[in-house]
Design a protein around this ligand. Structure first.
Ligand SMILES: [Zn+2]
Length: 239
């Protein structure tokens, strides 16, 4: 493998082009469809994986592509990584020319060969004769480019942090809100208590046992809520 001497030049060049958007506007499913189609066209078996975080996107061993969910799910990035699977010269000439042909034939914007060559020369990026690439043999105007889609970045799913609250904690919360109220009348009225005896649990309302033996905190919770609701109805009658 040759030294990766013009990597930064390639990044700078592609970042200045309208067809390159380093934001995730494709779904994972759409990305899989892109790679599946490219595999079919090139008779390859490139695998696609996703990773969270802001790090790099990668192509390994011309066979594996890793795309960052945070910014890499775009046609430009997918074609860049797939071009690595068609060459093993890092970001050098063979890679650049295969990449350009992928862009020309398959990117929805279909940049012209003339514009690509011009922008490469302006950015001082080396490339090999397009005629000598694998892509020149395989790609043609008969292939339709990928579908134009909205390039607004897709919302990043918010991590669902579940704070697990146990039934016991919920019971305690109910007791707190009904017992430690600063309204003495209400506090008296809703004198609810839970106690455990010999491994079983009981709910007690206003000094009276409200339930039979309860086996779990979930049962206590249900019973407690029932008792409070009943009391609320009774309370309404006094209004
Ligand atoms: Zn690259």
């Amino acid at each position: 493998m040759s030294r990766d001497t013009q990597r930064q030049k390639v990044y700078d060049w592609e970042n200045s082009q309208s067809w390159m958007i380093k934001k995730s506007y494709l779904t994972q499913g759409e990305c899989h469809a892109v790679i599946k189609r490219l595999n079919k066209i090139y008779r390859k078996k490139v695998k696609l994986r996703f990773k969270n975080g802001h790090g790099s996107c990668w192509a390994f061993n011309q066979n594996d592509i890793l795309i960052r969910n945070d910014w890499g799910r775009s046609y430009g990035v997918l074609l860049h990584e797939f071009a690595h699977c068609l060459s093993n010269d890092s970001h050098n000439g063979t890679f650049v020319s295969n990449y350009c042909l992928l862009l020309h034939y398959l990117h929805p914007e279909q940049p012209s060969i003339k514009d690509l060559v011009k922008s490469l020369n302006n950015a001082n990026v080396d490339f090999i004769d397009f005629e000598k690439t694998l892509s020149r043999k395989i790609l043609s105007k008969r292939l339709k480019p990928f579908t134009q889609v909205c390039t607004e970045p897709l919302p990043v799913p918010v991590k669902n942090v579940k704070t697990r609250v146990s039934a016991k904690q919920r019971v305690q919360k109910i007791l707190d809100s009904w017992l430690h109220t600063n309204q003495p009348m209400t506090a008296n009225y809703y004198d609810v208590a839970v106690y455990e005896y010999s491994g079983s649990k009981f709910v007690n309302v206003n000094g009276m046992e409200h339930s039979d033996v309860l086996d779990s905190w979930l049962e206590v919770e249900v019973c407690l809520l029932e008792a409070i609701e009943q009391r609320l109805h009774e309370h309404e009658d006094y209004k």
